[in-house]
Design a protein around this ligand. Sequence first.
Ligand code: HEM
Length: 506
Amino acid sequence: MAIKLDLDDIQGLIARGYSGLPHARFTIFTAQDPAAARALLSWLLPRVTPAGRFTGDSALHVAYTAAGLRRLGLPASALDGFTPQFRSGMTGPDRSRFLGDTGESDPRSWDWGGLREPPVDGLILWYATTAEVLDARQAELAARLDAAGIRQVTVLDTLELGNNEPFGFHDGISQPVIGGLPKAKGAAAAGTPGGRVVPAGEFVLGYPNAYGQLTDRPLLPAADDPRRLLPPDPAGSGAADLGRNGCYLVMRQLEQDVDGFWRYAGQATRRRDGSDDADARTRLAAKMVGRWPSGAPLVKTPDQDDPGLGNDNDFGYYHTDPLGLACPLGAHIRRVNPRDSLDPQPGTGASLAVNDGHRLLRRGRSYGPGNRAPTAAGPAEAGNNGHTERLARDDVAPGSGTGLHFICLVASLSRQFEFVQHTWMNNPTFHGLYDDTDPLTGSRHPRGATFTVPARPVRRRYHDLPRFVRTRGGAYFFLPGISALRYLDQLPADARSASFSSSVTR
Ligand code: HEM
């Protein structure tokens, strides 16, 4: 049955990645004073961009942590309806080990959101057509925050949106097609791995998910919403649905060691006489990603890059490459979206249906020093362009701050983001492997990590992979629907008192 999404109530970031707004800046804030937090929300509310209407030169979105919702006056009984991962936060007990945030990625050393940093209340995302428009919007916001006495924990700049992420690979190719959005109408039949339509409830709360159910979300007794600002629970319980039209937003600042990545690939593929083999270097890097720098998928073109396939997303793994001879079983894209490889019936629609429950809607943007002159040496020779060409210079010190502000939107933090990160990306025994983690982005266990490239007659194993990506900050946010923002904006002054009825959770 076709789902009708309430696009005027859903924040636009769910519907679009704003490729037409290539400039973006993300402000992380904390507001000690509840009145100031409320005043900020009142100012933001009319500026938030809904999914249904977008015409201007900029877009604004706002998301809150559990602490931020509490600050706005949402009582504990209502917060209890949010998922435990959201309530305890990304650095909560045991989460760091679970997410691989250990060693260099330990939250005690983060730049923001970590254990030694001020608490984070919220995130404001501005997107704009030009740098000038963005600066103007940001200046307006900064003045507002200042006037209200709200602290900017950090302001995260991003690189102008291009095709490539900092390692030099075409990014942003594969995204789930969300049922109910206009794109889904023209999408390929449900059996096609790449263009498969995923039920809206996997990304927007309050709609049926991949299991035909409504994902858990905060529901309030109707008495707690006397002005009927919130949509009613679509299941007909009579509760007010604080979650509907919202979703969870995962944000992680992932610093990329671009030099280290290409240095490793270069050293691991040197010829016997010690000379550099640029083709082999690029091939190994592509094996780690699962796509060539142009974006062409290895399952379709295993031996060489083919820019003509740079946007190709129409493939599965089980029938074409079950052993990983083209795209290694442990390659980044094969781990984070195994498509039709999942048991118990790999290669079938049933396998794709299992996979539907673990999709991520990615909305990240790269950051780092842009506009550096190209250099004759370095990974640019490996056939890349874009960021890698500009960044992989000897004068860019490792740790100088290049990477990805990873953002993904999900309905379930545990079944989607955390599962992909823990059970697929960082799992040494993923897909029958036994000592590998995601070669591109994974954490490394104390004995180091290997990367296995299946081949005939014998597989090749690359040893002692350094960690190429480390976490510098992060938090779990809730991106409310616009009605829910309106509700939060008008919470009664005494909402923090016990007068609030206990909330309904399911
Ligand atoms: C700095 C860190 C990262 C880099 C450089 C990176 C790079 C890439 C690249 C080059 C692609 C292929 C382009 C595409 O299919 O759109 C890709 C795809 C993808 N990545 Fe990452 N990634 C990073 C972190 C992550 C993390 C932390 C996750 C999830 C926890 C993730 C999930 C995905 C997903 C779901 C896809 C699409 C795969 C598919 O559908 O085939 N990535 N990434």
